[in-house]
Design a protein around this ligand. Sequence first.
Ligand code: F6R
Length: 613
Amino acid sequence: MCGIVAYIGNRQAYPILIKGLHRLEYRGYDSAGVALIEEEDINIYKTKGKVADLEHYAESKNTQGTIGIAHTRWATHGEPNDVNAHPHYSENDSLAIIHNGIIENYALLKQALEAEGYTFKSDTDTEVLVQLIEYIKETNRCQLFEAVQSALKQVVGAYAIAVIEKGNKNEIIAARKSSPMVIGIGDDEYFIASDVTPIIEYTDKVVYLNDEEIVQIRRHEPLKIVNFQNEETKVDVQKLNMNITQLEKGGYDHFMLKEINEQPRTIVDCIRGRINQSATDVKLSGVIDHKEKFLNARRIIIIACGTSWHAGLIGKHMIEEFCQIPVCVEYASEFRYSHPVINSDDVVIAISQSGETADTLAAVELAKSKGAFIYGICNVIGSSIPRATHSGTYIHVGPEIGVASTKAFTGQVTVLCMLAMAIAKEKNSIDHQRYLSVLKSLYSLPNLLQEVLKLDSQIKNMSLIFTYAHNFLYLGRGYNYPLALEGALKLKEISYIHAEGYPAAEMKHGPIALIDNEMPTVVIATNDSVYEKTISNIQEIKARGGKVIALVTKGDQIVSSMADYSLEIPPVDECLAPVVSSIPLQLFAYYIAINKGRDVDQPRNLAKSVTVE
Ligand code: F6R
């Protein structure tokens, strides 16, 4: 979703801004723009399309200046076009703004400004905000900082903004509410961005802006941060623990393929320091420090969206099986508006790769306001959700750049498994032999993932046969039902083929009507407690002429003889089978999308970090 990058310092801003926009491309966007101050004027260049289109457009323009703001827009208000792209000028071209988020009361504000003679070029809510700031600045004859502060008091909604002013090369004003913003501190220079990716190659010193904070970033001066009550807040400088190679493709054609192949290593990073070398004990400090909360929890509520929600469904199985605590898994977006009954002895687990998903963040705030204990399972360190939770565990899988989530999913399920083990051990609710066997499986995951990645060429070849199917069904039972949902989501996101995930036994209650020889079904039929039942479901498909691609446990003869194609998965404890089996499903989606010529890393209409409702 929209990306922000801004710079003030001694270097030329334009190359830094363009590079930063490229780094933010993974977030998903449909137009891009940049504003620079040179001499007295603000020069804005913006265009629909990719950052490369912007570069092409700006080639013959004056791109000089040591201060600038830049943006990738993911359209919410108004179609993706040149005019609606950011930055936006104010009425008198005295200010320029970039904005992530949504100004909910923009229509009312616009009406009031129109009554004062203001005119609008774009359909965006953002232009309303910059006009309001200019109006306040001119009527109150105040500094930009005060004008921004005063305008934001009138605004309802979510935003991260950066504003510059004509004739003022020395200052950028930035602010945030429910939309992330981070400031990098270089050598007499500042970088501002919506996440650390554009900053990381210049400095490892960052300040994460908190909600409802405004920052004055002045050349050669220390940062000044105030909250909406105008109280100065502490500038908390943190050290980044990430390097630039983590943001590159590392020889792969796409980030998604790189991230799929990285999983043996990311799982090592995920379990490191948490499971001991003999695989006999698991320690999660987030649980140890709040043991009583988990031991006394009457219920656990998992909130998440998309792939993270699928991981949550697997977590539910694990926690209910091993800890005997009832768990419900809610879409964060539904949870917020469903009048949820939340008690102070509920534990809420929020799962989010980005840590910025607006719905999940809002659900966290809601549950917190009702007194629940909130535990986060996130990837992006220092992002909003981990900062809003009481405790949590990072999945530590490194930056996920491909829009389709892959390594975050396996990291989330791995953390959920460690969490279930940690609680079960404290509660004494798991048989010790089973505990040891699950830990052993957790410890062996990286090797199993390495093994399953060898299916790559088999899947690549098989994908050629299925590229032109218009619909797919994905079936699984028990622990593998959420994986069926996840496999279908991966395929539809990046190949734009319609795919549905279903619990295998539910097929006969409706979807079986769709089965014919043009509707392939992917069945996850590994050897687990519902294996025999799944075989019956495969027979039902074959009896109706359906084509079956089956994921089977290595050495399986029965399903392999029934299915049209089978992919062999190394054996693993059934609770962790979705981690291993997710890899072939990710590869299958990837190769189909490649065969169809899709933009796998930035599929249409999708954003990596969904920071609006
Ligand atoms: C799917 C995907 C999305 C995200 C969802 C939640 O591949 O990437 O469905 O899983 O938008 O995002 P996070 O986990 O960042 O909260």
